[in-house]
Design a protein around this ligand. Structure first.
Ligand code: MV4
Length: 503
């Protein structure tokens, strides 16, 4: 193993990503320190780490978001560095700065880089200066209504209002006609004020049925950069990604897009002196045009699809970069082989507006075998707390081509069974069976168009202990209720008939 200057690393996160980071640390012979809240005393990441520290009550605001407690834990356990995972404090410049002042290495980019790409309008300016295409629109705030009218008219309706401080779709408003512009600006501004304490909004042209394609980048602290190709994350629901894949079917059909987007992403990275891992998000249309959207300065949930296709371990790479090592490869060394797909397995109820469904996992059957990777944060008997994101595990498959990967995913989804909490396994079985998905004709409207329109019904919910016991009994008889319910022909979420695919 190559040397790394870290002896011990604190993982400032929970669930599957804490487990993922601990596994990288183990492989590098670095000791791990887990942190946990009240609700996570018995969590898998705590059991797997070499050391663990309690950091407070269950709410994240009193535990996983407490910079002071995390730094105290790092000091007490003599950790050299902190890995923030994703979510929580992972993109918090103040946390990155506090780590450095406390003499603990933050495993991520500099606080300065995080700040420079954190605001959407600031990032748009960086992109423009770096000659990266941005969605037509303006960086000027839409405060002067006459100016806003002029710009919207020039762009052509519909236009989109976005919060400058935004991200994740908050403060976004689609405006169909000039008569709606003024009230929409007022609405969007006050929503942005409430969400971000910043009322500034700006105008963009609407990209119709876009695809979400993002580029994974890596930079070291010596000024070297590489891109690791794209991930397509067009399948999402209310700005939550559901399925991600590498390569993107669109890029696969237009191979010149990969280097064009990759080089664009690296121009942004160079412009801000970026180091460690980052992701540059783009919207793409089916003509092969792409437009810069935003930069994510963390390790992403969907990083495993890139790992499976490039053969790299991105968490180990993060640790080496943070320890000051140069990138161990350059751009021509990077190759993409085969196809990988990830499904985010969540304790949520697709039958009831995807509401979170915390509770005890009574029975767990996990897929394995050729081409399967399961990054899970749970075990049978564990009680999923209601305090956090309902992600249980990421089911990731690799195959030599997209069709083989899809077949593998379908097989793995049939092997998978989770009893005791509602989950989205049956929902994935339908998506992975949908002709539009099979054709790779994805866009960000797909899930809304085809899967979410049905009115919620009241399903037989396993709320009562009796229902759980019955379900478990049925399972022991090898009579898996989920698998049976999801056979084609008895579609539970599909709205349009399969022959009514007119788009
Ligand atoms: C857009 C767009 C269409 N046109 N911008 C949504 C979240 C935010 N980060 C950017 N988003 C969008 N911006 C223009 N000019 C459509 C979306 C969008 C979207 C983008 C990526 C992934 C999923 C999405 C779902 C709905 C809308």
């Amino acid at each position: 193993m190559l040397s790394s200057k870290f002896d011990k690393v604190l993982v400032a996160n929970r669930g599957e990503i804490a487990v993922r980071v601990i596994r990288a640390l183990r492989e590098m012979n670095i000791r791990s320190v887990a942190v946990f809240s009240d609700a996570d005393r018995a969590a898998l990441h705590v059991q797997m780490a070499d050391e663990a520290e309690h950091i407070g009550p269950s709410p994240s605001s009193e535990s996983y978001l407490r910079i002071d407690r995390l730094l105290d834990a790092a000091k007490k356990h003599q950790a050299d560095a902190i890995h923030p995972g994703y979510g929580f404090l992972s993109e918090n410049a103040e946390f990155a700065a506090a780590c450095e002042s406390a003499g603990v290495v933050f495993i991520g980019p500099s606080a300065d880089s995080i700040r420079r790409v954190g605001s959407k309008t600031a990032a748009r300016l960086v992109a423009k200066c770096a000659k990266v295409p941005v969605v037509p629109g303006s960086e000027e705030p839409a405060t002067n209504i006459d100016q806003a009218r002029k710009l919207a008219w020039k762009l052509g309706y519909p236009v989109l209002l976005k919060a400058s401080a935004g991200g994740g779709g908050k403060g976004m408003r689609r405006v169909e006609a000039e008569s709606e512009l003024e009230p929409a600006i007022r609405d969007a501004s006050s929503e942005a004020e409430r969400a971000f304490h910043d009322s500034e909004v700006y105008i963009e042209k609407v990209i119709d049925k876009p695809r979400h394609i993002e580029i994974q980048i890596a930079g070291d602290r010596h000024g070297n950069f590489v891109h690791l190709g794209e991930r397509e994350c067009s399948l999402q629901r209310r700005h939550q990604k559901i399925v991600e894949e590498c390569p993107s079917p669109l890029v696969q059909a237009n191979p010149e897009m990969r280097s064009a987007m990759g080089e664009a992403a690296l121009r942004i990275a160079r412009a801000v002196g970026y180091y460690n891992l980052g992701t540059v998000e783009f919207l793409a249309d089916n003509q092969g045009n792409f437009y810069f959207l935003e930069v994510n300065t963390r390790l992403q949930v969907e990083h495993p699809v890139t790992e499976l296709v490039t053969g790299l371990d991105l968490v180990q790479l993060q640790l080496r970069i943070a320890a000051g090592e140069p990138l161990p490869f350059s751009q021509p060394d990077i190759a993409w082989r085969g196809s990988a797909i990830e499904c985010r397995i969540c304790a949520e109820d697709p039958e009831n507006q995807f509401f979170p469904s915390p509770g005890q996992i009574v029975q767990l059957e996990e897929p394995s075998g050729p081409g399967i990777r399961l990054d899970s944060g749970v075990y049978q008997g564990w009680t999923v707390p209601l305090d956090y994101d309902p992600l249980l595990a990421k089911l990731v498959v690799w195959g030599p081509d997209r069709n083989t990967a899809i077949q593998r995913m379908q097989r793995a989804l049939r092997e998978y069974s989770i009893l005791g909490v509602e989950n989205n396994l049956a929902f994935f079985r339908e998506i992975l069976d949908h002709p539009r998905f099979l054709e790779g004709r994805l866009n960000t409207n797909f899930v809304g168009d085809f899967f979410s329109r049905r009115k919620p019904v009241s399903p037989p919910s396993p709320d009562s202990e009796m229902a759980v016991a019955l379900a478990a009994a049925a399972h022991y008889k090898n009579d898996r209720p989920e698998t049976k319910g999801a056979k084609s022909g008895s579609s539970r979420w599909l709205m349009e008939g399969r022959d009514g695919l007119h788009r």
